[in-house]
Design a protein around this ligand. Structure first.
Ligand SMILES: [Zn+2]
Length: 374
């Protein structure tokens, strides 16, 4: 009972320590402005729409952007007032603008998002752009490491395995009419020949790969091989984010070049992940990335029957610039006595390639690429 009481105390302290916030963003192409209130789970709220006024009552004070004038086509001004319970927010709509029914989205852990979309007046709304025929999807496959960087070495060399799987994925996808771009198609890295220093090469190489995640591509899949000090086996798939797990962090540092360079690039990737939390578009893209990770992992486990080590987020530098759904697959452990030997076999690598390709096809089949990438 006492433990329960302190747990409740702790939980309310946590809720108190992380206050809510509100933000808005105009989506002029689609003719609306979106207001988002992110609040700890359990926070009381009420909304009331009457004419040109939307009143949001919150059982918690919220942080708001400095300027309370969105200056957009839907909302003239925003008022935020502390109240006895927490805060009251008033949205004053422009003539002709209408607020849609508020809805709730899941937020980051322990939080939820109350969303209110305000439609711009018809006259001020831009005509929707004509819908072009969707072009054939373009998928980027990134075989990790290469050239002077072998990656992890156990029963197999990582750079050899990743390239072989990537070439197999390419073949499968091309047979389905999908264009595939490989970041490398041989045993080399992407740094200029003149650069001799290993760390400098690695940085230039990772930057080059990371930049292939934007433009007219639809999906990005980086392929890697895992290793562990203690015997471990199985497959895990990552999308960009922060991690509290020490082993995951160590893996990210190793894949980001190892040593001092690895730590530096991991920090950079962490700050990108942090910034993404405040950016609704980046958030949306991360949700698509998580879905792609789920699709690929499910297909890989179905084909190999190996241990499912889950989908996680981690600060991988190569995913840092992604404006398209982007994931990093760790296909297995090079130093596991069984799995390491399996990775050396062409038939097993074919299964892995088929799993990755099937996950990609599933995601493309859902049409998610068009929404996320373009
Ligand atoms: Zn790797």
């Amino acid at each position: 009972m006492r433990a329960l009481a302190s747990l409740v105390l702790l939980l309310s302290a946590l809720a108190w320590a992380s206050p809510g916030w509100m933000r808005w963003a105009a989506h002029d192409d689609e003719g609306f402005t979106r207001f988002v209130f992110e609040l700890p789970v359990g926070t009381a709220y009420a909304t009331e729409r009457s004419g040109a006024l939307v009143r949001v009552t919150l059982g918690l004070s919220v942080k708001a952007p400095e300027t309370l004038r969105p200056g957009d086509a839907a909302v003239e001004r925003v008022e935020l007032q502390p109240s006895a319970e927490g805060a009251e927010v008033r949205l004053y709509l422009r003539p002709g603008a209408t607020a849609k029914k508020p809805f709730v989205l899941e937020g980051p852990e322990g939080r939820f998002r109350l969303v209110i979309d305000v439609l711009q007046p018809e006259a001020g709304r831009a005509a929707p752009p004509p819908k072009p025929k969707p072009p054939a999807p373009v998928v980027v496959i990134d075989p990790g490491h290469g050239g002077p960087d072998p990656g992890t070495v156990g029963y197999v060399k990582e750079k050899v395995v990743t390239l072989d799987i990537a070439l197999r994925v390419k073949k499968i996808l091309e047979a389905r009419g999908i264009e595939v771009v490989l970041t490398r198609d041989g045993d080399y890295d992407l740094a200029p020949k003149s650069v001799k220093d290993f760390d400098e090469r690695k940085l230039l190489d990772l930057n080059q790969r990371a930049k292939m995640t934007n433009g007219n591509r639809n999906l990005f899949v980086s392929i890697h091989v895992n290793s562990a000090e203690r015997p471990a086996r199985g497959i895990e798939v990552y999308y960009l984010g922060k991690t509290l797990d020490p082993r995951t962090l160590a893996l990210a540092i190793a894949e980001n070049g190892g040593g001092e360079l690895g730590e530096k690039l991991t920090q950079k990737a962490e700050s990108t992940a942090e910034a993404a939390l405040a950016d609704l578009i980046a958030q949306g893209n991360l949700q698509f990335s998580a879905r792609l990770a789920d699709d690929i992992l499910e297909q890989l486990i179905a084909r190999t029957g190996t241990k499912n080590r889950g989908v996680h987020s981690a600060p991988f530098y190569v995913l840092r610039y992604a404006r398209i759904p982007a994931v990093l697959v760790e296909v297995g452990f090079a130093n596991h006595p069984t799995e390491g030997r399996l990775l050396a076999r062409a038939d097993y690598r074919q299964k892995l390639a088929e799993g990755i390709a099937a996950g990609i096809l599933e995601m493309l089949g859902n049409g998610a690429y068009a929404a996320a990438g373009r």
